[in-house]
Design a protein. Sequence first.
Length: 339
Amino acid sequence: MRLGAACALLLVGAFAATVAVLLPTYVSDRLARTPLDIRTTTVAETPPGLGGDVLDTASIAGPGPLTVSTGVPLSVRRAITVEEPSDADRVTFQGASQVRRGDRPEETSLLTASVDRVTLDRRSGLPVEPAGTLQTTADAPAQPVPRTGLQQRFPFGTEKRTYSVYDATSQTSFPAEFVEETVVDGVTVYHFRSVIERYDLRRTTTSPINTVTLPAAKWGLGGDEPVTMTRWYSNTREIYVEPRSGSLVGGAEQPYQYFARDAARPEVTVLKASFALTEAGRVEQLSRARDAAQKLELLGRAPVIAAVVAVVALGGGTVLAVSAARGRGDASVRTAPSG
């Protein structure tokens, strides 16, 4: 019986040792990849009672100077889905975004809309082929837009360092510096900050409103001589990441677009606001990140547990095997015929 138990323990120990060696590779390969079933919608809004400032587009063609509405409640709605091409190594995200003002009926509240597609490596979160595309008008096809930097997510095992993060408005990437480690509703998160200052949108985007020439009176300057102004862009983006899974768990931004002849002297505001995720959106993102982190943590412990089981089982099996062998030897001595 001891010999049978020893064999059983040795088999269990050998199996557990194999699991301890192979499971980390399996966990990394199977779980440390972006899921292919993501489908989510988030809404970011301006603070209640404050709103933002936005250029009244109707004043461009109307009489008198350009007008800017202040204290306008604004919202940004983003619907994210996974599309083709997506496979074992890459995932394609499609993000449909709308910016609306909340002081007008829905049919006249839309300020901007776009559909952005980007294909990412499922492990690192970095862009891969095919190149991303961007569609900003319903009657025009999407245009290829090269991508660099992180978008939609951070890498698995996010570190406390500076990352390059893609900015959709400027269609280029900027550094996102690590700020602090903090805890949000019991979940450890890393806080990053990306700052964009006085960026000339002519450098990377082809929008016709990057450079606009209007009569001086239209700019509110007086006179009929033509005046050309450039559209500039600044933003401070706060990014919160669950580091184990790389999932975004919240954030806020302060976009500021304006026309000016000198970047240091804004003259006509295009958009100026502070946006933060709604509570419902924050809770949803945090819940999804918590689930992903818990799965990785649980299976990350499995190799350690398997190694402990292997040591105990192999040790116990060896002791029983030795004991059984000694027992057989003693029995042989007792039963041997005397001379």
